[in-house]
Design a protein around this ligand. Structure first.
Ligand code: PEP
Length: 254
């Protein structure tokens, strides 16, 4: 079996002041210092990225954005390009988060364009996919996951997936306190890897696939010890440095 590094990313969403972001970055950097066997990424809002970068630049914590526009530049009022985020020090960008899909109408095609734009700028996309409760209950889980992945594969090709992190985030588990059980999550992670393996087994075996949806310090180890779960994309618990650090420690200990 391919050995994959565990990976923990914090999605800070639209929370906190500039001072809060710097303080959180400082506390997280201290908390995870020495956890050298895992990748740790924090994703503040765009206007906080420079301040957070000045805290994290001399630490092992890496920076990510929460979203970006696929164009390199142009008349897109209010938007930010991948290139601009790269200039600020972002090595990662969350792409296709369910909140972007649901609240801002991002389609699978738009998400695939963003994945391509990130890769063109040398930014690693953290590609979020996942089903709603209705889709799961209607038996459409596999169809939804395959459609979301398929659009990206059609646009960038399987070879590019070696530079993508995938995050499986069941929409019904995000911010709800309802976590997928480790078995439920593992089943979908295996499904994702099997779909990628149809195109290239070696790449499928090497892609980091994160679980996201109400991960907390007390469920992280059970989730992350599943064969195909390589870490987590953390929302609520990422806003508390102690909780986030405990989740990173759980990943590091595996
Ligand atoms: C998220 O927003 O990506 C997420 C996983 O949130 P939470 O951990 O709060 O469920």
């Amino acid at each position: 079996m391919a050995s994959r590094r565990k990976f923990v990313a914090g999605n800070w969403k639209m929370h906190g002041s500039l001072a809060d972001a710097s303080a959180l970055a400082t506390a997280v950097s201290q908390g995870v210092s020495g956890l050298d066997n895992i990748d740790v990424v924090v994703c503040p809002v765009n206007v906080h990225i420079s301040a957070v970068a000045s805290v994290t630049q001399s630490t092992s914590v890496k920076l990510g954005a929460q979203n970006a526009h696929p164009a390199e530049s142009g008349a897109f009022t209010g938007e930010t390009s991948m290139a601009m985020l790269g200039e600020l020090g972002c090595q990662y960008a969350i792409v296709g988060h369910s909140e972007r899909r649901q609240l801002f109408g991002e389609t699978d095609k738009a998400v695939a364009e963003k994945v391509e734009a990130a890769l063109q700028q040398g930014i690693t996309p953290i590609l979020c996919i996942g089903e709603t409760l209705d889709e799961r209950e209607a038996g459409h889980l596999e169809k939804v996951i395959h459609a979301q992945l398929g659009e990206v594969l059609a646009r960038v090709g399987i070879d590019a997936l070696s530079k993508v992190v995938v995050a499986y985030e069941p929409v019904w588990a995000i911010g709800t306190g309802k976590t997928a059980s480790p078995q439920q999550a593992q089943e979908v992670h295996a499904m994702i890897r099997a779909r990628l393996a149809c195109d290239n087994a070696d790449i499928a075996a090497s892609v980091q696939i994160l679980y996201g949806g109400s991960v907390k310090p007390d469920n992280a180890a059970d989730l992350f010890s599943q064969a195909d779960i390589d870490g987590g994309l953390i929302g609520g618990a990422a806003l508390d440095a102690d909780s986030f650090t405990a989740i990173c420690q759980a990943a590091s200990a595996l």
